[in-house]
Design a protein around this ligand. Structure first.
Ligand code: AP5
Ligand code: MG
Ligand code: ZN
Length: 214
């Protein structure tokens, strides 16, 4: 199965992608995680990306597209989390998939009101293994330690209210048009993300099980 999780910052893309990955055994690709890794390693794409990420703006398409092309070329199926984020990226993804004779099965939009997004982001605790927690909504069993891998949890640099407002604004300007794009293609599904993690996952699982049967 090939799917996209389309949602504003802090809506739960990473959380849901990890659950889908475990249950359906589909690779989870997060451009945000890949970019943060590049920043940490100090690679050329990482150096280019940092200043945009710090401001809550989008990294230039060409930087992200090169990364994604590399990631998906050998994969049969995947969950894309945080990509595409512009119409240009969506069109290039279509082209890459066409060249490889692959097609997207679904795009799942997770809807969450703005005021919740900020609360989710500022309380987030991240782990380098990809797991995400929340100080209140989804705390780890031992404070500050990842349940899955035992590593120390950290706070992302862009998880503050000020950068969040900018990230939400960027989402509305640049990414929202993708909803119409995928709706027109007939592959858009919408899930209410303003409920607990298990319930959101249950809805997504139902959509994916239906696709698997077809
Ligand atoms: P990226 O890392 O993708 O960040 P984002 O889109 O802002 O999304 P987040 O990772 O903040 O949120 P999420 O939806 O994954 O939520 P999560 O599951 O963690 O991108 C970062 C930056 O990289 C961008 O700003 C941009 O600069 C750059 N970038 C990345 N991709 C790019 C691209 N394609 N093009 C250009 N630039 C790009 O959940 C959030 C919190 O809420 C957690 O604490 C979690 O425990 C909690 N939570 C989750 N679900 C629930 C729930 N149902 N109820 C209560 N709490 C919940
Ligand atoms: Mg994420
Ligand atoms: Zn971990």
């Amino acid at each position: 199965m090939r799917l996209i999780l389309l949602a504003p910052p802090g809506a739960g893309k990473g959380t849901q992608a990890e659950l889908i990955e475990q249950k359906f055994r589909i690779a989870h690709i997060s451009t945000g995680d890949l970019l943060r890794e590049a920043v940490k390693k100090g690679t050329v794409p990482g150096l280019k990306a940092k200043k945009y990420m710090d401001k809550g703006e989008l990294v230039p398409d060409e930087v992200v597209i090169d990364i994604i092309r590399d990631e998906i070329k050998d994969l049969y199926d995947f969950i894309l989390d945080g990509f595409p984020r512009t119409l240009e990226q969506a069109k290039i993804l279509d082209k890459i998939l066409e060249e490889e004779e692959k097609r997207l099965d679904t795009v799942i939009e997770i809807q969450v009101p703005d005021e919740r997004l900020v609360k989710r982001s500022v309380g987030r605790l991240s782990c380098k293994c990809g797991e995400v927690y929340h100080e209140i909504y989804n705390p780890p069993a031992a404070e500050g330690i990842c349940d899955r891998c035992g590593e120390k949890l950290y706070k992302r640099e862009d998880d503050n209210a000020e950068t969040m407002y900018s990230r939400i604004k960027t989402y509305k300007m640049k990414t929202l048009p993708l909803i119409k794009y995928y709706f027109t293609k007939g592959i858009l599904k919408t899930v209410n993300g303003d409920q607990d993690i298990e319930r959101v996952y249950w809805k997504i699982e139902k959509i994916l099980n239906r696709i698997k049967k077809d």
